[in-house]
Design a protein around this ligand. Structure first.
Ligand code: BG6
Length: 275
């Protein structure tokens, strides 16, 4: 089934489109300039993940820790979320979405969990995903906000903030330590064991993108490069130089375990700076 149109959200300076499907922030523009990347080949059908914007990966990342789970990146991005609030705050419009076992049965063992997602659209884009354990037994999950950033040419950007961080290189399967800024010179798929702040300097678009995360043990950096992009039906063959995923999450060894009554919040803030 084709998706309903996204919600149009924003302020005088900023505008975003958000689908209830996946609680998916599809676009965010500041002063009319797009900040997020979206593929022209994305599919807008239920049961399929959108390609671009900010997919929510939950309750597992990729194929999960076992390497065997499907669908890729979990159920949250292909389920219909419920809009629970829409308010104007000072210089921002804020949407609150919820997801529970009624909409995503079997996502976790037990039926006593709730995910709340707050999307604040203003001069910054601020995202906060909270998972609550409302039951009587603990559970574990992986989570990531899989943000696709629009860049002028990924081969020319510098990614600061990960110097000295250890990472799993998912292309080679090796564990490495980052030396200096990250640059993209080939297919890149890395899970860094560090959250916090990352700045992407983009000389082609003449801007910096500042990513500030909280509650994230991992930063994931992904660009498929030419061959992998060509193999994906929902990704244009020549689109890969224009995108860079800087994702915040808690994945693999950093999966979250929640005891009954506990909750965890993952925050992702995105700001644009002149460079
Ligand atoms: C990244 C993963 O987060 O997402 C990659 O690290 C994966 O391994 C990419 O290829 C895209 O995943 P998907 O399921 O949206 O095609």
């Amino acid at each position: 089934m084709t998706l309903d149109a996204p919600r149009e959200v924003g302020t005088d300076r900023s505008s975003a489109q958000v689908y209830d499907y996946g609680a998916h922030v599809w676009s965010w523009s500041l002063d009319g300039v797009p900040v997020l990347w979206t593929s022209a080949k994305s599919v807008f059908e239920t049961g399929v993940a959108l390609r671009g914007g900010v997919p929510i990966c939950w309750p597992w990342f990729g194929p999960g820790r076992s390497g065997e789970l499907a669908p890729a990146h979990g159920l949250a991005r292909i389920k219909e979320w419920t809009l629970d609030g829409r308010v104007d705050r000072a210089n921002a419009e804020v949407l609150t979405y919820v997801l529970g076992p009624d909409a995503a049965p079997g996502a976790l063992p037990g039926e006593n969990w709730r995910v709340t997602y707050q999307v604040s659209v203003g001069d910054d884009l601020e995202l906060a995903l909270t998972v609550e354990n409302r039951g009587v037994t603990s559970f574990s999950y992986e989570v990531a906000l899989h943000t696709y950033l629009r860049v002028g040419d990924v081969r020319q950007v510098a990614i600061a903030g990960l110097d000295g961080a250890s990472y799993l290189d998912k292309v080679t399967g090796r564990h490495e330590v980052q030396a200096g800024d990250v640059t993209i010179v080939a297919e890149t798929d890395r899970v860094y064991s560090r959250g916090g702040e990352v700045v992407v300097t983009d000389p082609v678009l003449g801007r910096g993108l500042r990513v500030a995360t909280e509650g994230a043990a991992n930063t994931i950096v992904w660009n498929p490069w030419a061959a992998k992009a060509a193999a994906m039906p929902d990704f244009g063959d020549d689109e890969w130089p224009g995108m860079l995923c800087i994702e915040a999450g808690n994945v693999l060894d950093h999966a979250v375990t929640l005891e009954p009554g506990d909750s965890q919040t993952l925050r992702y803030g995105l700001a644009v700076e002149a460079s």
